[in-house]
Design a protein around this ligand. Structure first.
Ligand code: HEM
Ligand code: HEM
Length: 169
């Protein structure tokens, strides 16, 4: 068992953070705010594609994932709950964004490429609100996740944060 995450998983992890922050800071109706909207949709779709790649890469490197020993069984349950909630949101938020966009316009050009949209008769306003709510909740959860990593590093002084950092020995 290694004490660091494999490099491809580290790259996906930190690239996802960058893209989520980009998606969050460019949030808004992409059919109104054209330039930032394009960045929003690009970052959001990239998060979704990276999520799919992440699942494949993690299953390939299954045996090389560090076993950061939990301090108690409650901590392990909490870690797994946060992990699977993050996973679900990485999937759900972009999909809801895409459904909302499909209801707001009949065609959408992303860097001159026509994005495939679905025709639907759902209440786009509500789906848009849910997308926004989950987007905001996601940032709060990431904040807790990051805080936990920092507490591990500075208070418990263990290997958890270092296991996701390339440079730190
Ligand atoms: C991790 C990915 C994403 C995050 C964190 C995110 C977050 C957000 C947030 C917070 C808003 C509300 C902004 C505001 O009104 O102040 C928003 C709006 C919106 N997003 Fe996303 N988004 C993501 C991905 C996507 C994707 C992939 C699409 C489309 C393919 C999309 C389409 C939209 C649309 C259409 C709105 C406007 C909703 C409305 O006005 O009702 N988003 N997004
Ligand atoms: C978009 C933001 C983030 C997402 C979606 C995210 C998601 C995840 C996920 C799902 C894992 C479990 C490993 C895996 O399946 O890849 C993980 C592990 C980890 N993350 Fe994040 N993370 C984010 C941001 C951060 C930040 C800002 C920090 C630190 C400041 C951080 C530190 C860590 C550490 C140290 C681990 C290893 C935990 C362990 O194995 O015990 N993450 N992250």
């Amino acid at each position: 068992m290694k004490n660091k995450y494999p490099l491809p998983i580290m790259i996906i992890h930190w690239l996802t953070l960058f893209l989520v922050v980009l998606a969050y800071t460019t949030g808004g109706d992409p059919t109104v705010h054209l330039k930032t909207g394009e960045l929003h949709v690009f970052a959001g779709i990239s998060v979704f594609l990276l999520f799919l790649i992440r699942i494949i890469i993690i299953s390939i490197y299954r045996k090389d994932i560090p076993l950061n020993k939990p301090r108690s069984k409650y901590q392990r349950t909490l870690f797994l709950m946060v992990k699977y909630t993050l996973y679900s949101l990485l999937f759900l938020i972009p999909v809801l964004g895409w459904v909302t966009l499909s209801g707001l316009t009949e065609s959408y050009q992303l860097f001159a490429i026509s994005l495939p949209l679905i025709s639907n008769s759902w209440d786009v306003e509500i789906i848009g609100e849910v997308h926004e709510f989950l987007g905001n909740s996601f940032m709060v959860l990431i904040g807790f996740h990051a805080l936990a990593a920092l507490i591990h590093h500075y208070v418990f002084k263990d290997n958890v944060l270092k296991s996701m950092l390339y440079f730190k020995k």
